[in-house]
Design a protein around this ligand. Structure first.
Ligand SMILES: Cc1ncc(COP(=O)(O)O)c(C=O)c1O
Length: 387
């Protein structure tokens, strides 16, 4: 068994997550768990060789992804359809630039990963939001709103599967409906599947790659970075099955200089993808236990909060509207006065000001500590509001 209770101390290594002094960070999607030895050793082996010059992407990188996707997601993809990129976000921004034009409309289903807005707005495209709604403990897409907006000149959909921040795994049926609407309206689907391996034990994940009708209009982005916490090594995989589309995407990634990896990323990703199944399964079980702890804690102690465990992510999306409609103000208050930090909802879509996102990829001890600080912070926040 791997040990997820014992964490490396990241306070002295310029960790983005741990940058707020003395504050327990439960915000950015980054795990605190120790990297398993077999991944560390693959990097050390490369360090021992020395000579860290330019590095081509080895064929083994693509083969490891192919085998991993076959084993875990039941899709069989030709390695010819695969391109390396230095990250999912660099790939998204590049693809937005290459496949759409200035002022084009790009659809996102909200709440969604905040950086999608940067990739759209920084490139002077227009984000169009279609909000999820919550019913019977599930997040659902309003297909009428979605289709109406798609029909109004949208050129690309940036799908998040599973959906960060809510934790929804899109069902095959939903993916087929989305595909049909996008195909009918000539909309490219860019599916960000970076979180696809962080799922509740025994839950099936549905990749966009299962939707064969979509094959020629689809670009899928995956990585070992989120599920094995290797994001600092900067790698991802862009899958484009249509040859013409692939040539365009490839050109864009090369023009933007985001198609070449560093000397360590390949060894680390290959070892994780080839040998990481056991670690991943145990990590998912550990995170699920943290989610259950959070659920019990909220139900018992915080009557103003609503939370239901969803099928994916190590992130929890919590409705705090009975306490406040201004989660930004609340999160900043907690950071300063209770020394715990969460992400606030408005970052993920303008309709979600009354939500917070809690990162549970840490030890149970930290989760307990973070929630005790939260409880203290809520009391202080109420006192401040009353005064
Ligand atoms: C949905 C989603 N996509 C992409 C990223 C970042 O990807 P990368 O580090 O490969 O650029 C994140 C990080 O939180 C994410 O949540």
């Amino acid at each position: 068994m791997y040990n997820f209770d014992k964490l490396p101390d990241r306070t002295k290594v310029s960790s983005l997550k741990w940058m707020y002094d003395g504050c327990l960070p439960m915000w950015v999607a980054d795990m605190d768990f120790d990297t398993p030895d077999f991944i560390k050793e693959s990097i050390i082996e490369r360090v021992k060789l020395g000579a860290f010059g330019y590095t081509n992407t080895p064929k083994e990188y693509f083969i490891s992804f192919k085998n991993f996707l076959k084993r875990r997601h039941h899709v069989d993809i030709d390695i010819e359809s695969m391109i390396f990129s230095t990250g999912v976000v660099p790939a998204i921004s590049s693809i937005v630039r290459k496949l759409t034009s200035l002022h084009d409309k790009i659809m996102v289903i909200t709440p969604t990963y905040n950086i999608f807005f940067n990739s759209i707005l920084n490139n002077k495209r227009i984000p169009i939001e279609s909000d999820l709604y919550f019913e019977n403990k599930q997040y659902k897409l309003d297909f009428i709103d979605f289709e109406n907006k798609i029909k109004d000149g949208v050129k690309m959909l940036i799908l998040c599967n599973p959906q960060n921040p809510v934790g929804k795994i899109w069902s095959k049926e939903e993916l087929c409906k989305i595909a049909k609407i996008c195909l009918e309206n000539n909309v490219i689907v860019l599916s960000d599947e970076i979180h696809s391996d962080i799922v509740t034990p025994n839950k099936e994940y549905n990749s966009s790659l299962l939707i064969t009708e979509l094959k020629d209009n689809l670009i899928t982005l995956v990585s070992a970075s989120k599920c094995f916490n290797l994001a600092g090594l900067q790698g991802s995989l862009v899958i484009v099955q249509n040859e013409k589309l692939r040539a365009l995407v490839n050109r864009g990634l090369n023009t933007d200089e985001v198609a070449e990896g560093n000397a360590f990323v390949y060894n680390a990703f290959i070892s994780a993808l080839d040998g990481g199944d056991k670690w991943l399964d145990e990590m998912n079980a550990y995170v699920y236990n943290n989610k259950k702890y959070l659920k019990d804690f909220i139900d018992k102690n915080i009557k103003e909060f609503k939370y239901e465990i969803q099928d994916a992510l190590y992130l929890a999306w919590v409705d705090i509207r009975e306490l406040t409609e201004d989660a930004y103000d609340f999160c900043e208050f907690l950071k300063d006065y209770a020394k715990v930090y969460f992400s606030y909802g408005e970052e993920y879509g303008k309709s979600f000001k009354g939500f917070i996102r809690i990162n549970l990829a840490t030890s149970l001890e930290n989760v307990k500590e973070g929630l005790n600080r939260l409880l203290y912070g809520i009391e202080q926040y109420k006192l401040k509001k009353r005064s």
